[in-house]
Ligand binder design. Structure first.
Ligand code: FAD
Length: 623
């Protein structure tokens, strides 16, 4: 075997999961191979050209805190940035960037090509090399063999992919790309639980044929948000507007007239679609009393006239697509550049994975991204990063790492997938996290960067930037704690009105002022106690940590209480028939899921607190 064909980690697929999965072990110093269908499509956004959003932005910041690429890509390619939920509490604030597709792809490729230890090779993978229950390599379409003790599969929507437009359907991994059929057949033999899911995309429009004058512009936020902890506004390309329009009753009538030729409604598509990103025909059908749906017209980039109409994903026949698009305000004369379509593909039941994303059935095989039943670039990137890290740790003979639910959205994502599985494309929301006040976008670096540094994922520049910020936060907290505001200073009518005469008469520290709901840096500045030239990120952190300290401490206490459970491991080969008192139904569920900890077991549907106590008693007896 040529040494050129031997690696530490092989990653199959160059989408959002694959790129993060390949960069992580390479950053850890391991010889990594990224095998993908087509080098031109590295980092391609198959659907909407946007990164982030509620829950998703949190994942992107966590990937960034661990040295990943997505947030930096968004900063280099973002043409409109917004902070969603800006007026709400810090836990649910989320960054979103509209991205220039071409700039994003170029950034990803540049990063991959300039990362030491990483080799790129363009070839479809058709087969796996297995020795008993262990993977040792992969075989490509032209019969080349590549070997590694750890392989990460991130093949997205490509496994036995089938594209639908009305009653027409054809094989495809996404529009313009061939599916992975040989690999699908091989994986169906090798892995036990497989299902079909579906997702869809809207027709793309020619921006030159849109009547922009009658539409509502939606500019980005000012000041422009920045995605990466290492990013800056100076990296952003030119910023442009999106626009808003709406469907109407005529649009809905045209859509309904196509129902009899819709693969969604006549049983041609069997896979379940994303509940939170439904097709326009699904919306018209399910919410028949709603007379209008909002559409965001999002530019695909600075150097193209193509427009992505967010909100009208569809697999209706093409003639219906043309007609309903032209019934929408501003789109009366619009030409479609690419038809909308749906795609059905294989996914694997994520309950067959360990929390490292390693398969429970094939040692050394890791699965990440859309093939685990998720939807979205951000969910894919988070899993890719984790699978890449764990593949790397395995090669280095180190223990696997997965953040727990209270440490990161990545932990919530993986725990949800491996304990509950999914029957529809899973997307992240802040509501999925029980400790969301701890898991904010703004503190992702404080939660994860040190861990990333210890695993070899964080370079010197990021580490220096991070440690300086951490020290600056501590210094500022100490400064404010020691800064006593005397009653005389506080007795201006403005301050008395906000804080009340009683508080003002006794005085308080500057930190205490920040703790009060009405207190902020602007108030401190008015009192002449603001910090000149303080980094806004540092000020934001001090303010949030101080203001929400009570709630944060309470969540920490809850976590410590349930920690005893989290830490109790359940052996993968535990004989559940030997656990006295468990009902048959509970036993079956535990055998099916094979949870790794008692806490994971407790989150499986149908596992009662009584069953959890029996498990704990059993562990005490046998342990
Ligand atoms: P992908 O981005 O699909 O990447 C897979 C990669 O694997 C590709 O580079 C491919 O070339 C490569 N590959 C596949 N098979 C092989 C093989 N055998 N050998 C070598 N390389 C291989 N997400 C949303 O959040 N909202 C949406 O509305 C939405 N709609 C979508 C609509 C469509 C039509 C499609 C196709 C996707 C949509 N998505 C949507 C999903 C989004 O594109 C994915 O979640 C995301 O791209 C998944 O990332 P991934 O890395 O898992 O897979």
């Amino acid at each position: 075997m040529s040494e050129h064909h031997q690696f530490d980690v092989i990653v199959v697929g160059g989408g959002h999961a694959g790129t993060e999965a390949a960069l992580a072990p390479a950053r850890m110093g391991l010889r990594t191979l990224l095998l993908t269908h087509n080098i031109e499509t590295l980092g391609q956004m198959s659907c909407n050209p946007a990164i982030g959003g509620i829950g998703k932005g949190h994942l992107v910041k966590e990937v960034d805190a661990l040295g990943g690429l997505m947030a930096r890509g968004a900063d280099h390619a973002g043409i409109q940035f917004r902070m969603l939920n800006a007026s709400k509490g810090p836990a649910v604030r989320a960054t979103r960037a509209q991205a220039d597709r071409a700039l994003y792809k170029a950034f990803v490729r540049h990063e991959l090509e300039n990362t030491p230890n990483l080799t790129l090779f363009q070839q479809p993978v058709d087969d796996l090399i297995l020795e008993g229950e262990r993977i040792t390599g992969v075989i490509t379409q032209m019969g080349l063999k590549f070997y590694a003790p750890a392989v990460v599969l991130t093949v997205g929507t490509f496994l036995a992919g089938r594209i639908h437009i009305g009653m027409e359907n054809m094989p495809g991994g996404r529009a313009g790309d061939a599916p992975s059929n040989a690999l699908s057949v091989r994986l169906r033999e090798a892995l036990p639980r497989i299902g079909r899911l579906k997702t869809g995309t809207p027709p793309r429009l020619d921006g030159r044929t849109i009547n922009w004058d009658v539409l509502t512009p939606q500019p980005g936020d000012t000041p422009t948000p920045v995605f990466s902890f290492m990013g800056s506004r100076a990296q952003h390309p030119q910023q442009i507007n999106c626009h808003i329009t709406h469907t109407n009753e005529q649009t809905h009538d045209i859509i309904r007239s196509g129902f009899d030729r819709s693969p969604m409604f006549n049983g041609v598509i069997e896979g379940v679609g994303p509940r939170y990103c439904p097709s326009v025909e699904d919306k018209v059908n399910r919410f028949s009393d709603k007379l209008s749906h909002q559409i965001f017209l999002e530019p695909e980039g600075l150097s193209t006239t193509e427009i992505y109409p967010n909100g009208i994903s569809t697999s209706l026949p093409y003639d219906i697509q043309e007609r309903f698009v032209r019934s929408i305000k501003g789109l009366e004369n619009t030409r479609i550049v690419r038809p909308g379509y749906a795609i059905e593909y294989d996914y694997f039941d994520p309950r067959d994975l360990q929390n490292s994303l390693q398969s429970k059935h094939i040692k050394g095989l890791y699965l990440a991204g859309q093939i685990n039943g998720t939807t979205g670039y951000e969910e894919a990137a988070a899993q890719g990063l984790l699978a890449g890290i764990n593949a790397g740790l395995q090669v280095k003979n180190e223990a696997p790492w997965t953040p727990q639910r209270h440490e990161a959205y990545i932990g919530v994502l993986v725990d949800d997938l491996i304990t509950r599985g999914t029957t529809e494309p899973y997307r992240m929301f802040t509501s999925r996290a029980e400790h969301r006040l701890l898991l904010r976008e703004d503190n992702a670096d404080l939660r994860l960067t040190e861990l990333g540094r210890n695993m070899g994922l964080v370079d010197d520049a990021r580490w220096q930037h991070f440690t300086q910020k951490r020290e600056a936060i501590e210094l500022e907290r100490t400064r404010l704690d020691q800064l006593w505001l005397k009653p005389a200073q506080l007795s201006t009518p403005e301050i008395v009105e906000v804080f009340g005469p009683a508080a003002v008469s006794s005085g308080f520290s500057a930190l205490e002022l920040l703790r009060r709901p009405q207190g902020d840096y602007a108030t401190l500045a008015r009192l002449g106690m603001g910090a000149d030239g303080i980094d806004p990120d540092v000020a934001e952190q001090v303010e949030i940590q101080t203001k929400y300290a009570g709630y944060i401490d309470r969540q920490q206490l809850d976590i410590e209480r349930s920690r005893r459970h989290e830490d109790a491991p359940l052996p993968l080969d535990l004989d559940y028939t030997a656990v006295t008192g468990l009902s048959n139904e509970v036993r079956v569920k535990l055998v099916q899921h094979r949870p790794q900890t008692v806490a994971q077991a407790s989150r499986i549907q149908g596992i009662t607190p009584a069953a959890v106590s029996l498990l704990l008693v059993h562990l005490k007896k046998t342990g």
